[in-house]
Ligand binder design. Structure first.
Ligand SMILES: O=C(O)CCC(=O)C(=O)O
Length: 274
């Protein structure tokens, strides 16, 4: 049976405690990171932005069946409030502690949309496409819920502890449908019961945040609720990690503006902490 992940509630929200549970489980939940009024403002702004972006074809399909799932890349370029939300002291400090870093740099962020009633699923995968570009591959994903994210809304599921499973890199990870062979490999390595027993739902309220390690297997189900699911998902890294440009597919290399020594430009890849 699927267990529901226990939230981290204040006052046990010290960065070190969250980091310890993140290291153990491969994910963590932070409650009430954004104030209700800030969630409403950001959601309204991004819903309007998404409508314009989608009318101009500025969205990509990310689902794995059962209906549409859309991603709009780099909303912070048009809506700086996204960066402001990601730079919340409490969030940035805790996320940096989870990486054992003093500062955080953002590789990319997307606005993820699962439309009301028809939004589809995202298959089991690890966020390793980009992690494979870094040495060491020390990255995590930050997800800011801009609405309720329970299972009816197509909320996140994770396999607790799977970031420590010895799933080897494969050539198909990071496919555009956000699904890969990690789950099948995990079943072979760990046994199907251990894998299904590790499944946890990550249920969020508006303004809550989840963090997951780049090796944590995760997925999400269809949105059958009456509300669009809007989530800001950011992939962040320890700026001490170096980009290994030879690992980046040639057609993507121009995206990675840096100093030629493996450090990415802070203008293009903003710091989230001071
Ligand atoms: O938010 C979701 O439904 C899934 C997010 C996801 O796949 C990711 O963060 O890589």
């Amino acid at each position: 049976m699927t267990a529901i992940a226990k939230p981290m509630e204040p006052p046990c929200l010290g960065a070190e405690r969250v980091a310890a549970s993140f290291h153990r489980d491969g994910f963590a939940v932070l409650r009430n990171v954004l104030l209700p009024e800030d969630v409403s403002t950001l959601r309204a702004e991004l819903a309007q932005f998404a409508a314009v972006a989608m009318a101009h074809g500025g969205h990509h399909a990310a689902g794995h069946g059962g209906g549409p799932v859309w991603q709009i890349v780099s909303p912070h370029h048009h809506r700086p409030r996204v960066l402001h939300a990601l730079r919340q002291q409490r969030l940035a400090r805790v996320a940096a502690a989870c990486l054992g870093a003093h500062t955080l740099q953002m590789l990319q962020e997307v606005l993820l949309i699962k439309p009301a009633r028809i939004g589809g699923s995202i298959g089991w995968h690890q966020d390793r496409t980009y992690a494979g570009y870094f040495d060491p591959p020390n990255l995590l994903s930050i997800r800011i819920a801009l609405g309720a994210e329970d299972q009816a809304h197509g909320g996140l599921r994770v396999l607790k502890g799977s970031h420590r499973w010895p799933i080897p890199h494969t050539s198909d990870y990071g496919a555009s449908e956000l699904t890969d062979t990690g789950y099948a490999t995990a079943c072979e390595l760990m046994g199907p019961e251990a894998v299904s027993g590790a499944e946890q739902r990550v249920e969020l309220r508006p303004g809550d945040v989840s963090l997951h390690h780049c090796r944590t297997l995760h997925s999400s189900g269809p949105n059958r609720s009456d509300a669009d699911r809007l989530t800001v998902v950011a992939h962040v890294f320890d700026p001490r990690a170096k980009l290994v440009i030879d690992a980046v597919p040639p057609q993507l290399r121009t995206r990675f503006v840096g100093d030629g020594q493996g450090r990415l430009s802070e203008a293009e890849f903003p710091l989230l902490t001071e």
